[in-house]
Design a protein around this ligand. Structure first.
Ligand code: S3P
Length: 449
């Protein structure tokens, strides 16, 4: 009989994950849950379209559930989430109802920031919005300020923190040059622009994920995209028509398995049905730069998004190589930096991650948390204001770690623990349910002594 090296234990403060290194590599074929960014957008565009939107492969993590709860509270009918196809009955672009209670975006920055663009442009309706402790400490001025330039009426705590209140207004179109490459900022303004007469343009310094642009076009919005200047223009007011959306597997969730297979001897793993939109594949480029053995198989397009099966094999012939990660690459792998820093520990040389200060305002301060947690495991990690320097080829030792309530930290540390001597404990491991509810059962199925 084989025993799994993974155990989850309930405690007063959440769940502890106890994890020991397996003696065998990761082998077989797996699927990861639906893409989180695409799931939010399918729900939101479905809610404001005319007619029905059918969604297959919706991520049933805590974050999209927060989006569902907010839109249900505004009168949108969304069918049972556990069914194969989730159906959203669109109410039309300016027919969201004023909710009778505070909208709660939970841990989800995407829910709060994108929804704000829609709410600010619903004339005559008043909304209050909050989130969990992490979300209430994350910067919202980045969306409040351009919305205010459009004439939005928003009240907030000091420095633009939630909770906030919005009095919906007719807005004016603007041309907004965003100082940061952020898909949440871009999408917020485009959604506000859908309800605003005229041309609303967003320009970003480098291209961030373009799922909003692809899906808005599929739902019938008029967009002009200029890739040379990283600009998108939406013409409003727009009429959207409900669509059928098939959500591909999330490359940000696949990333944990790709790195696990690259660092665990004897691994040969296929992750099927992964979204490989070029604005998200920075992780694959970096793993290839590090000399990992990755193959794209069965490439196809599903509902306007490129999809592939990814095979990754542990290299017995050569170790991974350190590399430099920065510049335009950052927005294309922004959520994968925690797990890439785990890969860097097993690479020869010093991996430098730079231009990544944005990580300090994610679900946790991911640079600080990864640096302290990996250091406790014996890694050599230097924390810089905008990144990390990780000296590779280190053996890790088991330690008592904490996810700080951040889903991607919980999962990244679990993968690091697969290569640590002894039994590692990760506190607040349940945070993984934000984006990957089955992560620990998949980990348990894949790892064997
Ligand atoms: C997201 C955009 C990214 C990413 C987040 C999801 C989205 O954030 O980190 O997990 O769905 O638009 P930023 O837009 O803040 O870079």
């Amino acid at each position: 009989m084989t025993v799994s090296p993974v155990t989850l234990k309930n405690t007063k403060l959440g769940q502890d994950l106890l994890i020991s290194p397996p003696t065998l590599g990761l082998r077989g074929r797996i699927r990861v849950p639906g893409d989180k960014s695409i799931s939010h957008r399918a729900l939101m565009l479905g809610a404001i379209a005319h007619g029905e939107t059918q969604i297959q492969g919706l991520l049933l993590g805590d974050d999209p559930r927060s989006t569902v709860a907010c839109f249900r509270a505004m009168g949108v009918k969304i069918s049972d989430l556990e069914s194969h196809t989730v159906v959203v009955q669109g109410v039309g672009i300016d027919h969201l109802q004023e909710p009778s209670d505070i909208l709660n975006a939970g841990n989800s920055g995407t829910t709060l920031r994108l929804m704000l663009g829609l709410l600010a442009a619903q004339p005559g309706k008043f909304f209050t919005i909050t989130g969990d402790q992490s979300l209430r400490s994350r910067p919202m001025m980045r969306v409040i300020q351009p919305l205010q330039q459009m004439g939005a009426c928003i009240w907030h705590r000091r420095n633009g923190l939630a909770p906030m209140a919005v009095q919906g207004q007719p807005l004016q179109p603007i041309h907004y040059s965003s100082p940061i490459a952020s898909a949440q900022v871009k999408s917020c303004i485009l959604l506000a622009g859908l309800l605003t007469a005229g041309q609303t343009t967003v320009t970003e310094p480098t291209l961030s994920r373009d799922h909003s642009e692809r899906m808005l076009q599929a739902f019938g919005a008029q967009l002009t995209i200029d890739p040379d200047t990283c600009s998108v223009t939406v013409s409003g007011p727009a009429q959207l028509q409900g669509q059928s959306v098939v959500v591909p597997g999330d490359i940000s969730s696949a990333a944990f398995w790709l790195v696990a297979a690259a660092i665990l001897p004897d691994s040969d793993l296929v992750v099927e049905n992964v979204g490989v939109n070029p604005t998200r594949t920075g992780i694959l480029e970096v793993l290839t730069m590090m000399d990992a053995h990755i193959e794209f198989m069965n490439q196809r397009t599903v509902a306007g998004e490129p999809v592939a099966d990814l095979r990754i094999r542990y290299r017995t012939d050569a170790p991974l190589k350190a590399c430099r990660i920065g510049g335009d690459l950052i927005p294309r792998l922004v959520d994968e930096i925690p797990i890439l820093s785990v890969a860097a520990i097993f690479a020869k040389g010093v991996t430098v991650i730079e231009d990544a200060a944005e990580l300090r305002v994610k679900e946790s301060d991911r640079l600080a948390v990864m640096a302290t947690q990996l250091t406790q495991m014996g890694a050599i990690v230097r924390e810089n204001p905008d990144g990390l320097e990780i000296t590779g080829s280190r053996d890790l030792k088991a330690a008592e770690l904490d996810s700080h309530g951040d889903h991607r930290i919980a999962m990244s540390l679990a993968i690091a623990a697969l290569r640590a001597r002894g039994c590692t404990t990760i506190h607040q491991a349940e945070a993984a349910t934000v984006s990957y509810p089955d992560f620990f059962s998949t980990l348990s199925n894949l790892t064997k002594f």
